[in-house]
Design a protein around this ligand. Sequence first.
Ligand code: C5P
Length: 434
Amino acid sequence: MPYPKPHTGQAPDTPSPTSSTPPAQFAAQPLELAGKHIVLGLTGGIACYKSAELCRLLTKAGARVQVVMTEAACQFITPVTMQALSGRPVFLSQWDSRASDNMAHIQLSREADALVLAPCSADFIARLAQGRADELLSLLCLARPLERVPLLIAPAMNREMWQHPSTVRNLRQVVQDGAFSLGVGCGEQACGETGDGRMLEPPEILHEIIAHFTPKTLAGKRLLITAGPTFEAIDPVRGITNRSSGKMGFAIAQAAQAAGAAVTLISGPVALPTPRGVARIDVQSAQQMLQATLAEAERSDVFIATAAVADWRPAEVAHSKIKKTAGQATPTLEFVENPDILATIAASERARSGLLYCVGFAAESDNLIEHASAKRLRKGIPLLVGNIGPATFGQDDNQLTLFDAHGHTELPRASKTTLARHLMAEIAARLSKD
Ligand code: C5P
């Protein structure tokens, strides 16, 4: 949802101290899956141990989760665990008499916003391909209203089973029949073999579910994002960096991908996993970040500079480790200024002709309104997002203020994922106006 523009009555591009409050729906929808009812189906596979974590993540994201398990799934994890984590009794049989009309398959499939099968075994994929209906889970997959209740499946099996022609054929059929396959992971398997077929990790499945419900407001757009700190070498073992964790930039990359954009993330040294479906380029120094950004900006529609780029770097990098020698003077470092990546891109032909929309971030320690308004003008960008650096570095939540030609808008404190989602909606709304 776009935020209302504050009207300051001032000429465009005049920084303004005027603030507006965000719309009520911002605070009212803090969780990605709030109000969603997910039927989580478990079939027989060792990956069932991951379904417990997935269930927790879904409920933490605001979803109401109803677990349904096949008989085989109960060999791997107990309904007691899944009941405790979902907060509701698990359904196991089509003969379960809890449904008032004794038609659990109808009731469960009508209430759902999505049916998620995780893990989905090779056998269960075969059952879906055939439209079998002799136990509750396949019965309710068949009974779901096709046009309203999506079926998302996270396959899990041994690598030979995954690439067997029967599985390939069955999965193709199931997808043709309207299901969405979330794909599999690659790596070590419970059987000791290595290859494709592992169930995706719970956070990856959660992201896929959230992405499924996210309006594709950035479809067809290419987004370029810089994130994290830079590392400016002093010698082969030492360097200068800062406390940026990269969390805000990575959350933005993930939210942009969920909104349908093709995303490239240029990251300084951080300890974060690559968001699913995002192309990542790792760099160390500001100069490397500039080179990577210049190359990618040529084919991007939006550039979001969240990276905390070092303003200066040591004038010279020692080829060997600088030694501490008794009696010798303490070394003195000389610095040279780093390129301003954002200002460079904002001044490019592509940005000036309106083909590349540039968004900057400002991490200030105080006087946010004054410093950030001035910074937006200095960088020559239409939108700048301000935050208080020391209050957010390394944290999972943040407080953002948006600065544009009309003034500034404060957003309430929220998780970085929530803020990233709203920022994407805001940018999409601005792009559609141009
Ligand atoms: O001037 P300051 O570093 O506070 O500006 C912050 C914004 O500028 C951020 O968007 C940051 O990514 C970008 N920046 C940059 N290159 C620099 C310094 C900052 O792209 N050398």
